[in-house]
Design a protein around this ligand. Structure first.
Ligand code: FES
Ligand SMILES: [Fe+2]
Length: 428
């Protein structure tokens, strides 16, 4: 439970708010390079941290991210013409470069030199790891790029999708680090009921996660603070002398990594506030050792797991709250807990059902919410420190992001910190 003030403090991200200023100390994913594929291509709208922006790729290939509204009489630059290293407002012809500087003002006498004095917000961008990132904070605090493993693997080893979620970013992170929901929200009815045939199948499979979930219904949660954020451990009884551990990370300000199972792709998310009522869900699947397999591409195409199909302009999922996520009650009766297809839509349906900003003064948290409590505490602490002029350490130290999630069996007497040390160091 949070107080009303704490809830507002964490969920409001416009410029000038405590959390808004905190997010503005980090590079954040802004758009897919494919949205601005070639020099002088069409500009696109980007809403980020409550600001309406326009992204365009200039003649030299640089991506600009500037205020949407022309400073002359506030027309939208979305209608602008992208030409010779700048975006020209088609109302009266003022033109802006990628930094937001006005470089031409044809409807004013040249001798006034008026154009040299006019500029609009233009944020630094950077193409890195298959994304265009933006930095929207003070220039003197420009951070390092996070050395996330997925950003450093070859293109063929990675897939990134973007979708609109109609909730505040915090609700989405909470869903991402909520280790106990997958046995319910994402389960089949057979898995939930533990039918004989399901138990038989799982016992004989090498799906350790499913197997040890059968043996231990009440896992033990532990959270450790790190330089990048938190490492969250969930421990289950396994064989007589062993525990089954799943380790996942929360990386400041809003990245998460789902536990890695050797040989398979790893999946992670980043949630970026679009405004206080909506956020961008960035989902990344990557294989550190090899190109994504045909099976992984198939799961992406069929939307069975963490990716979902979206409208190509708005990035709103095809399954959304207006069509009840294409809920199939028949399927819910006989096969899956939700009757909604795909983990992404299942998460989104339940998180959006809580309202755009959940009232955290009315919740009743349990032990399975340990990581959520720790994440909120950490963010509140980081935000407070920034207000006291202490800059976030992680923003200035890209190296600390070089970590990997894990799932592993360990002897019961082995310290998890020791046992997993090498595993959770990413190697690229
Ligand atoms: S409104 Fe843009 S040039 Fe006049
Ligand atoms: Fe989920």
């Amino acid at each position: 439970m949070l107080s009303k003030e704490e809830n507002e403090r964490l969920t409001q991200t416009n410029a000038g708010t405590p959390a808004g200023e905190y997010f503005r100390r980090f590079w954040v994913p802004a758009l897919l390079p494919a949205e601005v594929p070639t020099p002088d291509c069409s500009p696109v709208r980007v809403r980020l941290l409550g600001e309406n922006l326009i992204a365009f790729r200039d003649t030299n290939g640089h991506v600009g991210l500037i205020d949407e509204f022309c400073p002359h009489r506030r027309a939208s630059l979305f209608w602008g013409r992208n030409e010779e290293c700048g975006l020209r407002c088609v109302y009266h012809g003022w033109k802006f470069d990628v930094k937001g500087t006005c470089v031409d003002m044809p409807n004013e006498p040249q001798e006034y030199g008026f154009e040299n004095k006019v500029r609009i917000a233009g944020y630094p961008t950077c193409e890195y790891g298959g994304l265009v990132w933006a930095y929207m904070g003070p220039p003197q605090h420009q951070p390092e790029l996070p050395k996330l493993e997925w950003a450093r693997v070859p293109e063929s080893h990675r897939y990134i999708s973007k979708r609109l979620q109609e909730t505040n970013y915090l609700q989405a992170i909470e869903g991402g680090i909520d280790s106990s929901h997958s046995n319910y929200l994402h389960a089949t009815v057979d898995a939930f009921r533990l039918t004989d045939s399901y138990v038989e199948k799982v016992k004989n499979s090498n799906n350790l996660r499913a197997k040890y979930h059968l043996l231990d219904k009440a896992p033990w949660f532990t959270v450790k603070k790190t330089d990048y954020g938190l490492v969250i451990g969930v421990r289950r009884n396994a064989e007589e002398d062993q525990y089954y551990w799943r380790l996942t990370q929360f990386l400041l300000p809003s990245h998460t990594i789902i536990p890695y199972e050797k040989g398979l792709a790893i999946h992670g998310h980043c949630w970026v506030p679009r405004d206080d009522q909506t956020c961008w869900t960035w989902t990344i699947s990557w294989n550190p050792d090899a190109p994504l397999s045909e099976e992984e591409w198939e799961s992406i195409r069929k939307e069975t797991f963490v990716h979902a199909r979206v409208d190509p302009v708005t990035f709103r999922p095809i399954r959304n709250k207006d069509n009840q996520y294409l809920l199939d009650r028949e399927q819910q009766r006989g096969s899956t807990m939700t009757g909604i297809h795909g983990f992404a839509a299942q998460d989104q349906a339940l998180q959006e059902s809580m309202g755009p900003i959940v009232d955290r003064t009315r919740e009743r948290l349990g032990t399975s919410d340990t990581a959520i409590i720790a994440m909120r505490r950490l963010l509140l602490q980081e935000i407070r420190e920034l207000q006291e002029a202490r800059e976030p350490f992680a923003a200035q130290h890209g190296d600390v992001y070089w970590v990997r999630s894990a799932s592993l069996l360990l002897k019961r007497d082995v310290d998890i910190g020791e046992g997993a040390r090498d595993l959770i160091k990413a190697e690229v």
